[in-house]
Design a protein around this ligand. Structure first.
Ligand code: GLN
Length: 554
């Protein structure tokens, strides 16, 4: 730490090889968690090689969910893991894409900042990358900045990233930088052997870029015997203690504990010349994993959405259910329901047996009717209901159609003709034409109405939640809805936008315009998820009791 109380950051880079999807984000988050548990101040950032300026314009089928930060950045879903593991907030600075780098450099070129010089990948793009890689470290807030490099070593588009890492490693020196390379050790069942060759090739590729990894983390289905560790160490130029086994785990929340057993944090600190002989206290994490793995009951919750083929599109919702399940000591079994296949005719069969129904966020017309049908079925049959963003909007439309009797009620996102646009485009959105970064994004405040379920659940009257939408509840109709029994229980104090709706006559019926799933962490599970799971559990119990009663009567 410097004399002025500012921290001098050290940098850990995490690269990946052999194949994608090895879980760099989880390994990075797990190491960060262990270092954080030692009292170090840690943050993680992700550098993505694609040319979109941010993932906000990407279809969820491409890279899964778009994660939104407090400051309104649309980011990669790995930032969700960082926040869920570390319980610290990330921001715009934590996710950088090649597109963003080029965009900024080209804007400067247009302004004339380069004074007539030729603008090139090296040094201009790499300089921009290096300055972005150091940005968070230079705030003086962190001891350690972990940078996850997206993509695989050997990809053409990753080359400038690796060159920037090489230069930083050289400029900052051995003691202030560390490169961790994550690879795969496949098991060939025909030979009955673990194979190290892909790792050797991957490390060699990294070395060709001028980078010698300091630690190699090996994803594997089987434990790594000593001789395999020694072989990897010998061929890849690292100490055997720097070869870390990362066994497949039944839950991502096991990984910090597995990494602790492998002493990844100790090795990283040793190599960064940070002296720390403390034992890390992971007890509350261990307790959480225990609760997660030993549920006392099960609830079935239907997740109604149109991207259900790709579960990553709903990553934060899935993780929020895991956190909420652990609190309630129950396993939340998600039943994936494709909204395009849900109809009036099959609603009873698809939803009837469920303990709770969540209607998911989304954009556009596809699958809308199924979502409205899911709301109707849950509302009429007293099944706990939770609508998020588009899910909340569908609950409003369903109520307008089937309770207020406005058969044509709709959102102006799907229908321009309706005489009852109960969901309407927000005023400030009407003049916007660009798609990137222009929605109502990030954290906004919300006042909770006295005597409502929302207020009771949150236990406070002012909250702040994250948003990502262009349409809103049309307040022109607020009185009609309230007279008919739907309560606007959360309102933004400045814009007066309706942020929460609920039905007091229903056991549990809540719709929120914002995304609570983005703020649930292991340490602080989101109260709306915790209470929704509790309501589903209650519903399951009542059905069980009723079943027993009927059985006894027969
Ligand atoms: N499509 C809706 C809107 O833009 C809902 C967005 C969402 O679910 N994130 O308002």
């Amino acid at each position: 730490m410097a004399a002025n109380g500012q921290k001098t950051a050290k940098y850990i880079f995490v690269t990946g090889g052999v194949t994608s999807s090895l879980g760099k984000g989880i390994v990075a988050s797990s190491l960060a968690k262990l270092l954080q548990s030692r009292g170090l101040s840690v943050t993680i950032q992700k550098f993505d090689p694609y040319l979109n300026v941010d993932p906000g314009t990407l279809n969820p089928y491409e890279h899964g969910e778009c994660y939104v930060t407090d400051d309104g950045a649309e980011t990669d879903l790995d930032l969700g893991h960082y926040e869920r593991f570390l319980n610290v907030r990330t921001s715009q600075a934590n996710n950088v894409t090649t597109g963003r780098i080029y965009y900024d450099v080209i804007m400067r070129e247009r302004r004339g900042d380069f004074l007539g010089r030729t603008v090139q990948v090296i040094p201009h793009i790499t300089d921009e990358l290096k300055s972005k890689m150091r940005l968070l470290g230079e705030t003086g807030d962190y001891d350690i900045v972990i940078t996850e490099i997206g993509g695989c070593v050997g990809d053409i588009e990753s080359l400038p990233f690796l060159e920037a890492v090489r230069q930083l490693k050289f400029e900052l020196g051995e003691n202030d930088t560390l490169v961790i390379h994550l690879t795969l050790i496949p098991y060939l069942s025909s030979a009955g052997e673990l194979k190290t060759k892909p790792t050797q090739h991957s490390v060699r590729m990294l070395q060709e870029s001028g980078i010698q990894p300091d630690i190699i983390v090996c994803r594997t289905e089987h434990p790594l015997p000593q001789e395999i560790r020694r072989k990897i160490a010998l061929f890849c130029n690292v100490q055997p203690a720097s070869v870390i086994e990362a066994m497949d785990a039944s839950t991502i929340y096991d990984v910090p504990l597995l990494m602790q057993k492998e002493r990844l944090d100790q090795r990283a600190l040793y190599m960064l010349d940070i002296y720390d002989d403390k034992d890390v206290d992971m007890q509350s994490w261990i307790d959480f994993v225990d609760r997660l793995k030993n549920p006392k009951s099960v609830v079935k919750i239907g997740l109604v959405g149109k991207y259900v083929e790709l579960h990553d599109a709903y990553k934060s919702i899935i993780e929020s259910f895991i956190h909420a399940g652990a609190v309630n000591e129950c396993k939340v079994q998600i039943e994936w329901i494709h909204s395009e296949h849900l109809t009036v005719e099959n609603a009873a069969e698809k939803i009837g047996e469920l303990d709770g129904v969540l209607v998911a966020p989304g954009f556009g017309e596809r699958g809308i009717d199924g979502k409205i049908e899911a709301v109707r079925y849950a509302r009429e049959n007293n099944i706990p209901f939770f609508g998020i963003c588009l899910g909340m909007q569908m609950a409003v439309i369903e109520y307008a159609r089937n309770v207020l009797g406005w058969a044509d009620a709709h959102s102006s996102e799907m229908s321009q003709e309706t005489a009852h646009a109960v969901i309407n485009m927000m005023e400030e959105q009407k003049k916007i034409t660009d798609k990137g970064g222009t929605m109502r994004l990030g954290s906004y405040g919300c006042e909770l109405k006295k005597g409502t379920l929302a207020r009771q659940i949150y236990g406070q009257n002012h909250i702040s939640e994250r948003h990502r939408h262009r349409y809103e509840f049309n307040s022109v109709y607020k009185e009609d809805f309230e007279k008919a029994g739907m309560v606007a229980s959360g309102i933004n104090p400045d814009s007066k936008l309706v942020e929460i709706i609920e039905l007091p006559t229903h056991p549990y019926f809540i719709g929120v315009q914002y995304h609570p799933e983005l703020k649930s962490t292991v340490e602080m599970p989101h109260p709306l998820f915790v209470h929704f799971v509790k309501a589903a559990l209650e519903n399951a119990r009542q059905k069980y009791d009723m079943g027993q009663l009927l059985e006894a009567q027969n």
